[in-house]
Design a binder for this molecule. Sequence first.
Ligand code: FE2
Length: 184
Amino acid sequence: MSPIESVADVLALYARYGEDTYGEDVTQNAHALQCAAIAEADGASDALIVAALLHDIGHLVHLDETGAVADAHEVDDEHEATGARALARVFGPEVTGPIALHVTAKRYRCATEPGYADGLSPASALSLAIQGGPLDADACEAFAAHPAAAEAIRLRGFDDWGKLADVEVPGWDHYRPMMERLAR
Ligand SMILES: [Fe+2]
């Protein structure tokens, strides 16, 4: 697929690959839409709702480019960086910043919040090791100083919850106007 240059391109990617499994008994579509619904219910800004919706788009880009999903237990596909880069022509840093940092936010929360790691889903706990494990003290300091850190930490919470089977949430049409407003 050619580079993502519009909201229509984003939607096309999810239309094509969104029914692929996220790996935790939910599809990519279900995970994306649940995360966005949780963000909206939590009073997140439109930018953070869209970040929650699209935070794992890097997995779909990877799938489109290579024809395969990287096994998160074997290799770190760096989907957060891939996703933020792929969206940079369409959205500004208020959307791409939390996406780029959502894995680091997991590593930060594991290092700084007692009990947080215990609440991770099994797949997320497994991928943690391959992603580098909890951040060390210097890396925590660097992460916390990033302008998108607070929103990335919130996004991480939505990500952890948005893995439920069979819940009714709004569909892609609900978010299209929001995405169009935020698009460059
Ligand atoms: Fe996710």
